[in-house]
Design a protein. Sequence first.
Length: 256
Amino acid sequence: MSEQMKLMELTEHLTELRRRIIWVLSLFVVGLVGGLFIAEPVYQYLTGSEQAQQFELNAFSFWDGIGIYMKIAALFSLVISVPFIFYQLWAFVKPGLRKEEQKAAVRYVPYTFVLFIAGVLFGYYIVFPMTLSFTTTITQSMGLEETYGITNYFSFMFNLVLPLALLFELPLVVMFLTRIRILNPIRLKKLRRYAYFALVFVAVIITPPDFISDFLVTIPLLLLYEFSVYLSAFIYRKQLAADMEMEERYVRKEEE
């Protein structure tokens, strides 16, 4: 293939990628607008929770109120955008996949929403109260007066919940990358020690510095990784079997 042909092919790929990124951004903006309509009831629910009732939340800026609504709307938009992002990624690599791989990979798209929601629930109902309780206990033991802004409270919440929600997508990401033959269980097992270190590091960063909290968050993350390895191995075995069957068909056809 000539250099000119390669350049044209690269230009086409970049144009296609740009088009799909524009679609994703367009959906995110639409979701952001839609999220503003549900921001108020979500805000009432979050500030009416038991942990929020412990504090008198204040506004320290004229923009704090609208800023919180925008954060809630952005989270809502991200929730509905995640499946679409995976679909666009699948559509971008689709020409390089076999038909059976195309069908199998597109089935993962709906589950991205389920896992993201599971991560949000795990972060909000388990990690966030645990971390909030620990930090406020330390603050009170130091004799400090707790005067928190509404932005402080929600930023603290989102900084815990959002990374966990994204980490819960790990099994599907691994399955997808295995389907398109970028990853396989052999590579994942070789990377296990580094993956464990990264997941433990994340768990320690987002949880209070005590063993119980670290343990309660680390174990689910490690289980997610091991489940991802298992799923990758399952897909990899099916790929090997399909390759062997295709090779046997080719040999039989050559013999005929």
